[in-house]
Design a protein around this ligand. Structure first.
Ligand SMILES: Cc1cc2nc3c(=O)[nH]c(=O)nc-3n(C[C@H](O)[C@H](O)[C@H](O)COP(=O)(O)O)c2cc1C
Length: 379
C-alpha cells in the first residue's frame, strides 16, 4: 500500500500575523490539500505560542467542512487536561457529524507549561505522569458521554454524567428528548495519540488502547524506539500492530529541481521559522541530539543547512522519493507522511506546488518496506 499524505498545521505563522490571517491560511490549506488529493489534515491546539497561534483547531475544520469533499480532519491534538470532558465530547461529536465522518481525534497532554498554567495546572502537576492521568480520566468520561447511557461519575479531576432518559410516550414527549451529539453514526471516533519523547508514555497509551500512533520525526533511533514502545504495548493488550497506521510528521518540501527546493527552504518561510523559533526549541528538547547522532556530528554544529541536507526531506520529486525510501529502509517506515505546514500566506504559489508534487508524484512511489508501491505493481 502506498504512503498516505497528511498536512499538520501548527502552523508556524511569523509573529505579527493576525488571527484572521492565520484562520484564512488554515482554510486555504484545507481546500488546497483536499484538491491535491491529501488524505488528512491535522491542526494543533496551543493557548500560549505566538508561532503556533490556534487555540481552537475545531473552528478551522468547521469552516473548511463545506468547502472540502474527501479529506479527513483531526485536531492534533485536543489537550485533554485543558477542558471539561463533556463539553469537549459534545464538540467532537457534533463536528464529526458536520463532517459526516471525515474526522478522527488527536489527543495530547500538552507540551507547553505556560498553557497548562493558564488552565490552572502548575508546579508538580505539570509532571508528565500527572498530565497523563488527566488524559486517561478525560477519555474515560468522553467515551461514556458518547455511549449515551446513564451514569454519574465523581472523578479525581472532573465530575460528569449522562441523564436517564424517560421513554417518549406521547408526541409531546418526543419534543423534549436529549439532542444527540454522539460522533457520526454513533461510532467511537478513531483516536490518535502524539508521541514526542524518546521513552514516550503517549506511545505506550496508544499501544495499550490500539490508538493511532503519531510521532514527530526526531531521528531514526527515537522513531524506532517509538515503534517498539507502541508495538510492545499493543501486542501485550492483544492487538496486532500495523505500521500503516503510524503517522510521522516531518519537514518536507518539493520543487521541480533540487536546487530550487533547497533555496526555497533556506531563504523562505521555513528557514525563517527554524532559525528563530524551532531550532532553539529543538535544542531545548534534545531533538538535535538524535539528528546529530544519525549523522555522526556534534549537536552544536547542527544548523539550518545541516537540517535541510540531512534531516528534512527536501528536493525534486525523484530526490524526495529516494530520501523517503532510504529512511523507510532504515527505520521500518510509516503509513502517513505528515507534512509540517509553514507560513506561505503572502506568496502561497511555491507551497501549493510542493503539496501537489508530494501528493501526485512522491506518495505513489513510496511504500512500507516489503510491500509494493502503486508504480512497482503497475510496472
Ligand atoms: C505530531 C504532534 C503534534 C502535537 N501537537 C500538540 C499540540 O497541538 N499542542 C500541544 O500542546 N502539544 C502538542 N504536542 C505535544 C503533546 O501534547 C505531548 O506533549 C507529547 O506528545 C507528549 O509526548 P510523550 O508522551 O512522548 O512525552 C504534539 C506532539 C506531536 C508529536
Amino acid at each position: 500500500m502506498a504512503m498516505e499524505t497528511g498536512l499538520i498545521f501548527h502552523p508556524y505563522m511569523r509573529p505579527g500575523r493576525s488571527s484572521r490571517q492565520t484562520f484564512e491560511w488554515g482554510v486555504q490549506n484545507a481546500v488546497a490539500c483536499d484538491k491535491a488529493g491529501f488524505d488528512s489534515m491535522m491542526i494543533s491546539e496551543h493557548a500560549s505560542q505566538i508561532w503556533e497561534n490556534i487555540p481552537n483547531p475545531e473552528l478551522i475544520m468547521a469552516a473548511a467542512a463545506l468547502q472540502t469533499d474527501r479529506i479527513k480532519f483531526a485536531p492534533m491534538a485536543h489537550l485533554l487536561p485543558h477542558q471539561h470532558p463533556t463539553k469537549l465530547a459534545m464538540t467532537i461529536g457534533w463536528l464529526s457529524q458536520i463532517l459526516e465522518g471525515r474526522y478522527f481525534l488527536g489527543i495530547g497532554a500538552g507540551a507547553y507549561p505556560l498553557a497548562s498554567y493558564m488552565h490552572g495546572i502548575r508546579g508538580e502537576q505539570q509532571d508528565t505522569q500527572f498530565l497523563n492521568e488527566m488524559v486517561r480520566e478525560s477519555l474515560f468520561i468522553m467515551e461514556k458521554i458518547w455511549k449515551r447511557e446513564p451514569f454519574f461519575y465523581e472523578g479525581r479531576f472532573w465530575d460528569a454524567g449522562f441523564p436517564e432518559e424517560e421513554e417518549a410516550v406521547t408526541e409531546e414527549d418526543e419534543q423534549h428528548k436529549l439532542a444527540n451529539f454522539a460522533p457520526w453514526n454513533g461510532d467511537m471516533p478513531e483516536i490518535a495519540v502524539t508521541g514526542f519523547s524518546k521513552n514516550s508514555p503517549s506511545m505506550k497509551l496508544a499501544g495499550e488502547r490500539n490508538f493511532k500512533p503519531v510521532s514527530i520525526f526526531s531521528g531514526i533511533e527515537a522513531l524506532k524506539r517509538h515503534w517498539e514502545i507502541y508495538s510492545e504495548a499493543n501486542i501485550a493488550a492483544g492487538f496486532t500492530p500495523d505500521r500503516q497506521r503510524h503517522a510521522v510528521s516531518q519537514t518536507v518540501f518539493c520543487a521541480d529541481t533540487d536546487a530550487e527546493a533547497k533555496r526555497e527552504v533556506m531563504e523562505g518561510p521555513i528557514g525563517y521559522c527554524f532559525n528563530r523559533y524551532l531550532i532553539p526549541i529543538w535544542r531545548r528538547f534534545g531533538m538535535m541530539d538524535g539528528y546529530a547522532k544519525d549523522a555522526g556530528i556534534d549537536p552544536a554544529e547542527a544548523d539550518l543547512e545541516f537540517l535541510v541536507d540531512n534531516v528534512f526531506v527536501v528536493g525534486s520529486p525523484d530526490t524526495v522519493v529516494d530520501k523517503l525510501n532510504t529512511l523507510f529502509e532504515a527505520c521500518g517506515g510509516w503509513g502517513t507522511l505528515q507534512v509540517e505546514a509553514h507560513d506561505y500566506y503572502d506568496e502561497p504559489g511555491a507551497w501549493f506546488h510542493s503539496l501537489e508534487l508530494i501528493s501526485k508524484e512522491v506518495a505513489p512511489r513510496v511504500s512500507l518496506p516489503g510491500s509494493k508501491s502503486i508504480n512497482a505493481v503497475a510496472a
